[in-house]
Design a protein around this ligand. Structure first.
Ligand SMILES: [Mn+2]
Length: 461
């Protein structure tokens, strides 16, 4: 991979003007920021755009724009045209087509590495950046934000593989550190009871989703919840207080029969940025990634990228406003999906949000549903939402247990979408597709067979 990164770096060096095309999510923004900063430092003429999905229309437009070089980041894995009509390099981590031209792709799947947890789009982009100049090691923190934005630390409760190598670069450069701590979201910005209330990996029986239960749980443990007028956050607690809470959560899970493996998931590696102030949304990497997501998914990726590039005034303020809106939308989206009703089939479950949930957050909602106490996690969850163009977006989310049994949502969605004149792909555990409106029922029928095959053929083996 390092050799290929060097080859792509050479192509960048030899180009006068470079146009970056990146994905609108946290990983895509982080990837775009790395590419942009790298080109700035090189003094190259550059531009950037953010897109939801790479389709023929976009490719045709790019061709007509006649760029010296197009640098695709966190997308483009499926580009396989050999017509040389666009000079390009592609740093992506999504599953590739079998017939890609190796000369301009840097993708973990081409090196027998799983792009779902070994390295992110921002990570592969970083490898090229580092090849261009070792000094760009200080951008490694963006690669870690991208990886955590794509939940690459979920399976192992920490980053692994190439991501760990990148993390080491970040530690060497003094920009990031890792520590072992509780893995729940909001360690630095949420009151402790809120952090417990929103916990979902694992779900805390009797606590997740229940505010007053979380408050009395902490009170019973003798934890002081307020410091003057301020709610105490996890990072405000003493070591002993944290120990007491962790051990009581562990006891609760074990008593409910969750088993050691699942119980251990409350603890893992967390990552914090040395150059940010503790207690704001940018210090903890996961929170930073969520902040980026809440800019990208509302069509404001320029806000996110400016925060990545260092703005802590105007753009950060706007990002915070967007984050507030994003949280509100997720709460409403969850509510909406539950009211619409989750429909269960034998091998999958789904909801159709119509225009009730933005297509850019329907995947997050699907994932939250899959992780909520009252809904089974034994079946993959699909969420449908109408797009602006009159198509339908499908987001599919699975669990690690299902993947271990053979589930590959990327393969399944790609195949079924193609049969219905749509496009799909992604990762085994999380994938998406866009299909023509009206084809939803057909899509579900064919996909269900596909999932059944995946789960059963591997059982037999
Ligand atoms: Mn990505």
């Amino acid at each position: 991979m390092y050799k290929r990164a060097g080859e792509l770096a050479e192509i960048v060096h030899n180009s006068k003007e470079i146009h970056i095309v990146t994905h609108i999510d946290a990983d895509g923004i982080a990837a775009g920021a790395i590419a942009l900063q790298t080109l700035k430092r090189l003094g190259k003429k550059h531009s950037i755009e953010f897109i939801k999905q790479l389709d023929e229309q976009v490719m045709n437009r790019l061709k007509n724009e006649n760029h010296n070089l197009v640098w695709f980041t966190d997308l483009g894995s499926s580009i396989s045209d050999n017509s040389q009509s666009i000079n390009k390099i592609i740093t992506d981590h999504h599953v590739c087509s079998d017939d890609v031209d190796f000369s301009y792709h840097l993708n973990p799947h081409l090196f027998n590495l799983d792009g779902a947890d070994q390295i992110s789009g921002a990570g592969v982009t970083y490898l090229v950046s580092k090849s261009i100049n070792k000094k760009n090691k200080d951008l490694s923190f963006l690669a870690i934000i991208g990886a955590c934005g794509d939940l690459q630390d979920r399976k192992n409760c920490k980053l692994i593989g190439k991501n760990q190598e990148i993390l080491k670069d970040g530690k060497d450069a003094g920009v990031i550190q890792s520590k072992i701590d509780i893995r729940f979201f909001g360690r630095e910005t949420r009151p402790v009871y809120k952090m417990l209330q929103y916990s979902n990996d694992p779900i805390l029986p009797g606590l997740t989703g229940r505010e007053s239960a979380c408050i009395s749980f902490l009170q019973d443990l003798g934890i002081t919840m307020k410091d003057g007028d301020n709610w105490r956050k996890w990072v405000d607690l003493s070591k002993d207080e944290r120990k007491i809470i962790i051990s009581n959560i562990a006891q609760l899970l074990l008593a409910k029969g969750f088993g050691h493996k699942l119980t251990k998931r409350i603890i893992g590696e967390v990552y914090v940025l040395n150059n940010e102030v503790e207690g704001i949304e940018l210090h903890d990497v996961k929170e930073f990634a969520t902040l980026l997501n809440s800019t990208a998914r509302y069509g404001k990726p320029d806000v996110g990228i400016n925060v990545c590039l260092g703005d802590r005034n105007k753009w950060l303020g706007e990002a915070r406003n967007l984050l507030r809106g994003h949280r509100q939308n997720l709460v409403e989206g969850l509510q909406f999906a539950k009211e619409e009703g989750i429909k269960k089939r034998e091998f999958l479950q789904y909801f159709h949000a119509g225009s009730g949930i933005r297509d850019t957050i329907v995947g997050i909602v699907a994932n939250m549903l899959l992780n909520s106490e009252e809904i089974t996690s034994d079946l993959p969850m699909l969420g449908f939402a109408d797009t602006e163009n009159g198509d339908v977006k499908v987001s599919a989310r699975g669990t690690q247990q299902l993947v271990e049994r053979g589930l590959d949502l990327s393969k399944a969605l790609k195949k079924v979408a193609a049969e219905l004149n749509g496009v799909g792909g992604g990762h085994n555990i999380a994938a998406g597709a866009t299909i023509p409106k009206g084809k939803e029922e057909e899509f579900i029928d064919i996909l269900e067979k596909e999932i059944k095959n995946q789960l059963y053929s591997s059982d037999v083996l």
